[in-house]
Design a protein around this ligand. Sequence first.
Ligand code: DAH
Length: 340
Amino acid sequence: MSDSKPIEALNALEAEALAAAESAPDAEALEAVRVTYLGRSEGRISVILRGLGQLPAEDRPAVGQRANQVKAALAAVLEARAGALSGPAVESGLDLTMPGRPRWQGGLHPITQAIDEIWHIFRDLGFARARGPEADTEWYNFEALNTPLDHPAADEQDTLYLVDSVLLRSHTSPVQMRTMEANEPPIRIIAPGWVYRRDTYDATHTPAFMQIEGLVIDEDITFIDFKATLAEFARRYWGPDTQIRFRPSFFPFTEPSAEVDVKRVIRRPDGTQYETDWLEIMGSGMVDPNVIANAGYDPERYTGWAFGMGPGRIAMLKHGVDDLRTFFENDVRFLGQFAQ
Ligand code: DAH
């Protein structure tokens, strides 16, 4: 009859070894468990395997097989535990529950947001986006737009000249002429971009600022088209109760010319509401026939309207900001408030 004692001893040894390996708190303790049970010379399982020869011959196969099972089981647990403990963070004693540092997240500049929103509304109304150079010639900036060079706007007092007749564009209106030259009617474009003026730097003026130009040219375009498109834009941008009004004005490149004002309805959180004052949002008008002719189109056949608006001013109104300069000083504590 074979002796069952060595098998029982191996069962107990296995339970003890596996428990020790599973609860080893760190890599060092785990290595100690390995040496205790599997160490080549003194390891308790190694000793048993080496001593098989002293057992009665009939017991050797069963004890040998069981000892090898225990060895394999322990090796597997040692490996699994080593994997679980092997984070460098744990080894170097870092606290894994420590909250992470928040990542810096960028956002769009409030004026860029205004431009995007305005552009998207016009895009939905069938407009394309256009652009032109920021350094342009006197021809495109003034003369093509029916503005003689002795006009005050063309004076060096107001305009930043680069060389001779090349200047930093003082408005986005030169994009009108460049777009008309490169395309055939019908034209419906929105052209946002930087413009430059020799202005004093104060709460409502910066020497570089953004404008958005709009231009429509086609057959049978009348002031009614302009009024309807603008009213639709204003309702989509500021809400369905927004009203618009036109005030007669003058620009060399439009006839007649108008300034557009909006009056908004602001709803308070408590449900009451109030109307704002009239706020000027743009200069505009019917494109002067001279401008249409300068583009090489027949002014008898084509008519159109145009506008130029200031998204910086619109962003100021929207966010209740009273100093335009804050938009350009790039203090992230200020700009971060508008990040989307
Ligand atoms: N270019 C004008 C400015 O900078 C704004 C403007 C007025 C643009 C009337 C237009 C327009 O297209 O029709 O003050």
